[in-house]
Write a protein that binds this ligand. Structure first.
Ligand SMILES: Cc1ncc(COP(=O)(O)O)c(C=O)c1O
Length: 408
């Protein structure tokens, strides 16, 4: 049974800021106490390196660190823990795939199929991969609604030499869940690989990489209750194993010689050069356990319930334009008519409400939805319908004069 009042007590940011309404979890989520305690425990009682020390504390921490790989693998239903690479965040995972997939598999004339809804972290690495390999970028046409159009997507394979599809599972601006299972099936039917940006999906919905049959998945810990500085790259083992690492250094090599030859360790260690974010990994393990205790089905249903409630209320206001009717993943994107998004956010801030405005790093999305600046309210398991109601009351009474006054 989903108990939001109980959940709220687990989050020190909520307890310590009783007046704050935080609607910016798509940027980063709050952390529950168990995650903070896990990181503190590392610093206070177990602050040693892993896989390098010949003493008990190092053995114990190394085991906990390695066990998190199994926890992550189970969480997304990877076939084996070796398909899980620790990175520094979704951006670092996405770069690892794009740059190295490009080096290994892309050649002149190939096409990378992506979209104009992409977050910068999912598209810029592919721009670079295209530049380096002589391949080109092509965009899946999107309707003005920003909803994924499977038919338009399938047509993209007709006359193009598509080698890889790079798409998000959930849009970070519009909160739509894309039909990833069909997207992946169509990609594979055309002999194409698929790399998925899971930064906004894995925290909010159940992601099963085997069921979806995706080739790569990237996500960040800090958006799913875990610490910052740690992310995950999942890849099907046989594919991952063919990629080169981005970084070289300690921990990832078995031997190296004066003639500059390097014998790398096996996947995934070969991708993890240097001392990793040990405390981040341990904290991520706790975050996953916390989410699993609630249940990802419950997390997803609650996110949808909040978004439905919010959008239904906004649709009744005549001073608001909503851009993502029917959004599923706890993201609501809108504007107060006639008011610049950031000015409205300045006023909301004065009322104790934290939102994000702008293009949300999806700098080409304006080509689709026809507007560059929006207000994004992104929610998570600790938000409530009462917070939404309070926010909607504020939005209803928002005027240009009030916004200007709040800036002066
Ligand atoms: C869809 C999407 N992809 C990638 C990223 C990048 O994540 P990070 O900044 O944690 O590397 C974000 C962050 O907002 C995102 O929303």
């Amino acid at each position: 049974m989903f108990d939001v009042e109980k959940i709220r007590k687990d989050f020190p940011m909520i307890v310590n800021h009783p007046e704050l309404i935080y609607f910016d979890s798509a940027a980063t989520s709050f952390k529950p106490k168990c995650v903070i305690d896990e990181v503190m425990d590392y610093y206070q009682f177990n602050n040693v390196n892993i896989h390098r020390g010949d003493y008990d504390i190092s053995f114990a921490v190394s085991k906990r660190y390695d066990d998190v790989r199994k926890t992550v693998a189970r969480f997304i239903n990877a076939r084996r823990p070796e398909e899980i690479v620790y990175t520094y965040g979704a951006t670092s995972s996405l770069n690892t795939v794009a740059i190295n997939f490009g080096k290994k598999f892309l050649k002149k004339g190939d096409v990378i199929l992506t979209s104009e809804v992409e977050h910068a972290s999912d598209i810029l690495p592919w721009f670079k991969a295209a530049e380096a390999s002589g391949s080109s970028i092509s965009y899946v046409p999107f309707p003005k609604s920003g909803k994924f159009d499977l038919e338009a997507y399938e047509k993209c394979f007709e006359d193009k030499n598509v080698k890889i599809v790079a798409l998000p599972h959930v849009s970070n601006v519009l909160g739509y869940i894309y039909p990833m299972k069909q997207i992946a099936r169509i990609a594979h039917e055309h002999g194409t690989y698929i790399a998925v940006d899971g930064a906004q999906a894995v925290p909010h919905i159940k992601v099963d990489v085997q069921d979806l049959d995706i080739d790569f998945l990237s996500f960040s810990s800090h958006k799913m209750l875990g610490p910052g500085g740690i992310g995950i790259l999942y890849g099907k083992y046989e594919l991952l194993d063919q990629l080169d690492p981005v970084f070289y250094g300690g921990g990832s090599n078995a031997r190296f010689y004066p003639d500059c030859s390097i014998i790398l360790k096996n996947t995934p260690e070969k991708f993890e050069a240097g001392t990793p974010d040990i405390e981040g990994v341990l904290g991520l393990g706790k975050a996953i356990e916390y989410l699993q205790d609630i249940g990802m089905d419950e997390v997803e249903a609650y996110g949808k319930k909040l978004a439905d409630h919010f959008i239904a209320k906004l649709e009744k206001l005549d001073n608001v334009t909503v851009y993502n009717h029917g959004a599923q993943a706890g993201i609501v994107t809108f504007n107060v008519n006639g008011i610049f998004a950031q000015d409205a956010a300045g006023y909301f801030n004065k009322q104790g409400i934290a939102v994000r405005t702008g293009n949300h790093c999806a700098k080409m999305l304006d080509q689709i939805i026809g507007v560059n600046e929006t207000i994004r309210a992104s929610m998570y398991i600790y938000n409530t319908e009462e917070e939404i109601d309070r926010f909607v009351d504020v939005i209803k009474d928002t005027t240009l004069e009030k916004c200007v006054d709040s800036i002066l």
